[in-house]
Design a protein around this ligand. Structure first.
Ligand SMILES: *[C@@H]1O[C@H](CO)[C@@H](O)[C@H](O)[C@H]1NC(C)=O
Ligand SMILES: *[C@@H]1O[C@H](CO)[C@@H](O)[C@H](O)[C@H]1NC(C)=O
Ligand SMILES: *[C@@H]1O[C@H](CO)[C@@H](O)[C@H](O)[C@H]1NC(C)=O
Ligand SMILES: *[C@@H]1O[C@H](CO)[C@@H](O)[C@H](O)[C@H]1NC(C)=O
Length: 863
């Protein structure tokens, strides 16, 4: 049990903290618009060959010795029909990250302004592309032969990881003739057809082929000869033959090549699924990416890995600094302002400034299970025990199944551990495979990150010397550290007043001090002195730039119009439920009508055959409010048509115009001013739909019931008094604040839960809603249409924004699941009914109070 391997892992990824902590579900297949490539038939006629150096953005004075972009030249073979898809995708993704330059080679008639394209004379797009390939080599040699160390022949459906490739190429001597690729030989039978000798091979074209400068120098002058002496129609086989004949080298024989130049044989399916896989992580090139949109997806995946790597490096540096400072006996609180000899500040950029590197006292904390020292017993962060289930003291349900996020985290951690363990495998002639996790401990320290202790069962295989396979156990102590936080500023509170914002201390909105400074728009630097965010987010801040214009403060400038005036159209389907509707209208009156909020209400009214009176009553109530406040409330009368929520919302939408911001709400919901603000800032036309995660109340009979609370030390406070916070503050509050409090509930596990799986409440612009196709109107009755809409949205190019929104509370009502519902709807209904009943804690107390449930036999015997 010794701490043999004390290898620490870092980093979960930064936390994005905004005013709200949110989840972005974003579609990855978004085409970027960095380069506009248009087909332009006019220019085709009058094509003038571009200067080869200008074409690839190279200066005449650049050489291998004075530039970091001369390691590699990549020639991508493509065809006219793929210029706007695959070639464009390659250029916009990995083509930008090369330790060198890239150009595309296509048929004589090909044109693509914006792309470094070489239309090869006398070449067409016919298959096999032998002529294209050989003439490409010749062009490379004649124009760039002495300017790069390496040359790559690539297809337009390969993804290349430039940083990895650079590392690999720098480890190989480019002065020698080298021919690197995934070697192929064909089967014995094929070898005859390929006209290969028993000792001959070729580099398979797909995953990319690399030639050193020397190889190119020897081969290029002879390509005309090779083109005249083709034995087969396979372009890569012929290239191999030509290289063997004139450069005297064959393709590298190495099993590693299959790993680093990776070819997946699933065809169009390849790399369309999960990318978090060993073979993807280990590869330098990946082939084939048939659908060009997946090129962008892979690119963002690898960029993300790169960000993690860089953040990890930054953490390592922080730790090195912290430990050096410790050795120098510099007290931690002086590290930030420490001056190096020569009056050079150690950290020149201070907190709040652009480029701030984070708080060294937090980020530089040494890797140690005791990074966080609790001063009291209560502060100790307990570990959860993992075996087949998770056991924890901190959860109302002490034994539960391992949920997906933890499972994924463990997979990640174990994969990385195995990579570290296997790094020296080749030198040591052994491979160690992961077999199973025997057990482990895990906990989350909110300040530093996650700690894991894992007992791993591994398989040790030795393939050099005395061969053997044995099972071994290994303990791993691992830490994943948080890196710095990103902050996104959002407008809060009320709009800035037009005049007296010279002195922010004196005006109304100093209550909303967090980020609510009307000067923020001009200065990109937060005033930390005043805001004191530093204490709040100790581990360092960096601001997210590129906030969409519509979200910025500018009332008059770039923004379309002030977001506080943006009109929201509530659409409320209603069938029966008059009593509940009275409550809803009171809420609407107190928040919207009394304050002339920019909101309109559209009620889609159905006749419920079980309570026909409700229909007329609801209509009268609406009339009363219209007469009293003279504000807009619309009614869509659906009469006795069968209720369907999707159809109801669609009918309501007909009263809106396509630029309108609409909010789908239910009569059981309670909302306040915060809701309106969140709808306005989180819904962005053409970009984003807002699906708040609403807080759903438990059954008050359960929450307050004897049976469920008897064993509790401190009984729960009853939660029925909406206004209970109103009086507990001596500070006088504005009418708005009072109204807001009246419609706020205490949010805690004791009273309800956030309905993670509810998607019915959402806000969106009507045009976006219509663009994704709206609701499936074939679904009748309760639920499900919202789940399908959500799934459609995820697949669309809209960003789906979700946060736990404590301003939206679903007031409890008992659920009646109609047995006539379609089965999946019925099951969903039962699920909701069960989860709304009470919390795990309540169920536990109930069990303790009713032992006959757990021990029915004993209970019987005793009586
Ligand atoms: C090359 O060096 C420049 C300047 O030092 C740097 O900005 C650029 O990122 C480097 N490019 C590559 C591919 O390393
Ligand atoms: C190839 O891709 C398919 C589909 O994405 C995947 O199921 C399979 O495991 C991959 N095979 C290899 C060897 O990477
Ligand atoms: C509702 O009002 C309509 C006319 O406004 C009337 O004809 C109908 O009988 C009323 N229904 C009920 C159930 O009172
Ligand atoms: C989504 O696609 C539509 C057209 O299909 C386009 O108008 C809109 O700008 C796109 N939105 C984003 C965020 O790319």
């Amino acid at each position: 049990m010794s701490r043999r391997r004390n290898k620490w892992m870092h980093l979960v990824g930064g936390i994005v903290t905004g005013v709200a902590l949110g989840i972005f579900l974003k579609l990855c297949l978004r085409t970027s618009a960095r380069t506009a490539i248009e087909s332009c038939p006019e220019s085709a006629k009058q094509y003038i060959a571009q200067d080869p150096l200008a074409l690839i953005g190279m200066k005449p004075e650049e050489t291998v010795s004075n530039s970091n972009r001369t390691l590699l030249f990549v020639g991508v073979m493509t065809a006219q029909q793929y210029l706007e898809t695959r070639a464009k995708a390659v250029y916009e993704t990995w083509g930008q990250d090369l330790p060198g330059r890239i150009a595309f080679f296509s048929s004589e008639v090909s044109r693509a302004p914006g792309l470094p394209l070489v239309p090869l004379k006398t070449v067409d797009d016919s298959y096999p592309p032998q002529k294209k390939s050989f003439l490409m080599l010749l062009y490379m040699y004649e124009n760039y032969g002495d300017r790069f160390e390496w040359f790559m022949r690539a297809d337009d459906d390969v993804y290349v990881r430039g940083d990895r490739l650079a590392k690999f190429l720098r480890s190989v001597d480019s002065r020698k003739a080298q021919f690197i690729g995934q070697a192929g030989r064909g089967t014995a039978a094929e070898r005859d057809a390929l006209a290969l000798d028993y000792n001959e091979n070729f580099c398979m074209g797909g995953p990319g082929v690399l030639l050193s400068r020397e190889t190119l120098r020897r081969v290029a002058p002879h390509v005309k000869y090779c083109l005249k002496h083709l034995y087969t129609s396979h372009e890569d086989v012929e290239l191999g033959r030509c290289v063997a004949k004139f450069a005297g080298v064959s393709c590298t024989w190495s099993y590693d090549m299959q790993t680093i130049l990776h070819h997946n044989s699933s065809g169009a399916e390849a790399y369309t699924g999960r990318l978090k896989k060993r073979e993807v992580h280990r590869a330098i090139t990946l082939h084939p990416v048939k659908d060009h949109r997946h090129m962008y997806r892979m690119h963002s995946y690898f960029k993300n890995l790169r960000i993690q790597e860089i953040r990890e490096e930054s953490l390592d540096l922080h730790r090195a600094i912290a430990s050096s400072m410790h050795e120098l006996q510099v007290p931690p609180e002086q590290v930030e302002d420490y001056m190096l000899p020569g009056d050079v500040p150690l950290f020149p950029v201070k907190v709040g400034e652009v480029g701030y590197l984070g708080d060294n006292t937090i980020l530089g904390a040494p890797l140690d299970m005791g990074r966080y020292k609790s001063s009291t017993f209560e502060d100790i962060i307990p570990f959860d025990f993992i075996s087949k289930s998770v056991f924890s003291v901190s959860h109302a349900n002490p034994k539960r199944r391992i949920e997906q996020p933890l499972k994924e985290a463990l997979d990640d951690v174990i994969r990385e551990v195995m990579e570290i363990i296997n790094a020296p495998s080749r030198q040591r002639g052994r491979v160690i495979d992961f077999n199973e996790l025997l057990y482990g401990y895990t906990r989350l320290d909110p300040l530093h990150g996650a700690d894991h202790v894992l007992d791993l069962l591994l398989k040790y295989r030795r393939y050099r010397g005395r061969k053997m396979t044995v099972a071994v156990r290994r303990h791993a102590y691992l830490q994943q550290s948080f890196t710095s936080m990103d902050i996104r500023e959002l407008p809060m509170g009320e709009p800035p007043l037009p005049f007296d914002d010279d002195d922010p201390e004196n005006n109304d909105f100093s209550d909303y001090e967090d980020f609510d400074d009307s000067k923020l728009e001009q200065s990109s630097v937060l005033d930390f002195g005043k805001l004191n965010v530093r204490e709040a987010f100790q581990s360092g801040l960096s601001k997210l730039q590129n906030l969409p214009n519509v979200l910025k403060w500018g009332v008059a400038k770039e923004a379309e119009y002030s977001i506080f005036d943006r009109k929201i159209h509530f659409i409320l389907p209603l069938a029966g439920k008059y009593e509940v509707f009275i409550r809803f209208m009171k809420n609407y009156e107190d928040i919207v009508l009394k304050f002339y909020e920019a909101v309109t209400l559209i009620v889609v009214l159905y006749l419920d055959s079980k309570s026909p009176l409700d229909y007329n009553n609801s209509e009268s109530l609406i009339k009363y409010y219209i007469n009293t406040y003279a504000q807009e409330i619309n009614v869509v009368e659906m009469g006795s048509t069968t209720f369907s929520r999707g159809a109801a919302l669609t009918e309501g939408l007909k009263l809106c115009s396509s630029d309108d911001l609409v909010f789908f709400i239910d009569v059981d919901m309670m909302f306040n001013f915060d809701t309106l603000r969140k709808i306005r800032i989180n819904t962005i036309k053409y970009h984003q739909a807002y699906f708040p995660i609403v807080f759903s109340e438990y059954n008050p009979d359960v929450v307050n019931g004897e049976d469920y609370n008897k064993f509790k030390e401190d009984s729960l406070v009853t939660n029925t008094d909406l206004g209970k916070y109103v009086n507990d503050d001596t500070v006088s509050k504005s009418d708005r604040e009072l109204a807001n409090l009246k419609y706020s509930k205490e949010i805690s596990d004791d009273y309800g839960y956030f309905r993670q799986y509810g998607f019915g409440i959402l806000s969106i612009y009507k045009c976006d809603f219509e663009r994704v196709g709206g609701f499936d109107l074939n679904i009748k009755g309760w639920g499900k249409e919202d789940v399908e809409l959500f799934e459609t949205m995820i697949k669309s190019n809209l960003t789906v924004y979700r946060i736990a929104d404590e301003s939206l509370v679903h007031i409890f009502h008992s659920v009646d699941c109609d047995k006539n519902l379609e089965k999946s709807q019925f099951m969903m209904c039962l699920g909701t009914k069960a989860s709304t009943y009470g919390g795990e804690k309540h169920m536990n107390y109930y069990m303790l109070n009713h032992p006959e449930i757990l021990w029915p036999e004993e209970a019987k015997g005793a009586s």
